[in-house]
Design a protein around this ligand. Structure first.
Ligand code: DX5
Ligand code: ZN
Length: 220
């Protein structure tokens, strides 16, 4: 089943509660929160207090995408704050297996996030311990960037890697997704679609979610 995960990075933070109500109306399943530390990525965004506030505002599953160094130090705090999904980047976690298990033991789904230039081979050993992989289709740090087209081929290869091992690992994809490319992305094997500007960059985020879902089943 396809799940849409609007990223609040592009939302109006002065009225975050209303923005979240709007994506609920549009039928979103997940709310994606981009946590950036200014070290792993060249931008600083939000952290635990915002995740706690989002958790008070909605029943949607909160998906905390940690673009931070030493994610193992903070991952379980995000579960305690209300995240039902937490992803950490393979590029920065020297104890990935430990972090994934800690997230799961705390009661959330654990994901491995991977940057565009990081080979899928980096997932070889850890894939079996993850509930999902977050495939980045832009370089992390900012909303509104252009989808890197080679991500489609990478996505197909990841799908093949998961299926050939008979794993249940889900594939989430993040960056530059809109109604023009979502169908091809879904056909290539993605199951959870993150979108920021395509949803909150429009005047009606509820309609933005619906438009993406409609476009996902269009013939390509
Ligand atoms: C980028 C973030 C994304 C971002 C996506 O570093 O991980 O979640 O918000 O934004 P769009 O959909 O605008 O590319
Ligand atoms: Zn993200």
């Amino acid at each position: 089943m396809l799940e849409i995960a609007p990223s609040i990075l592009s939302a109006d933070f002065t009225r975050l509660g209303a923005e979240i109500e709007s994506i609920v109306r549009g039928g979103a399943e997940i709310v994606h929160v981009d946590v950036m530390d200014g070290h792993f990525v060249p931008n600083i965004t939000v952290g635990l207090p915002v995740v706690k506030a989002v958790a008070r505002a909605t029943q949607l599953v909160i998906d905390a995408h940690l673009m931070i160094e030493e994610p193992g130090r903070y991952a379980t705090q995000f579960v305690d704050a209300g995240a039902g999904m937490v992803s950490v980047h393979v590029e920065v976690d020297r104890n990935l297996h430990r972090t994934l298990l800690a997230i799961q033991e705390r009661g959330a789904r654990a994901g491995i996030a991977i940057n565009p230039a990081t080979p899928l081979a980096a997932l070889e050993e850890a894939l079996q311990f993850a509930d999902f992989v977050l495939l980045m289709s832009v370089n992390p740090g900012f909303g509104g960037q252009k989808f890197i087209s080679s991500s489609i081929d990478k996505l197909r290869r990841l799908r093949e890697m998961i299926d050939s091992r008979r794993l249940k690992t889900r594939i989430e994809i993040d960056g530059g997704i809109d109604s023009t490319n979502i169908a091809e992305i879904v056909n290539a094997g993605a199951e959870i679609i993150v979108a920021g500007s395509a949803i909150f960059g429009t005047s009606d985020p509820a309609q933005g979610v619906r438009a993406l879902r409609d476009a996902s089943v269009q013939w390509v």
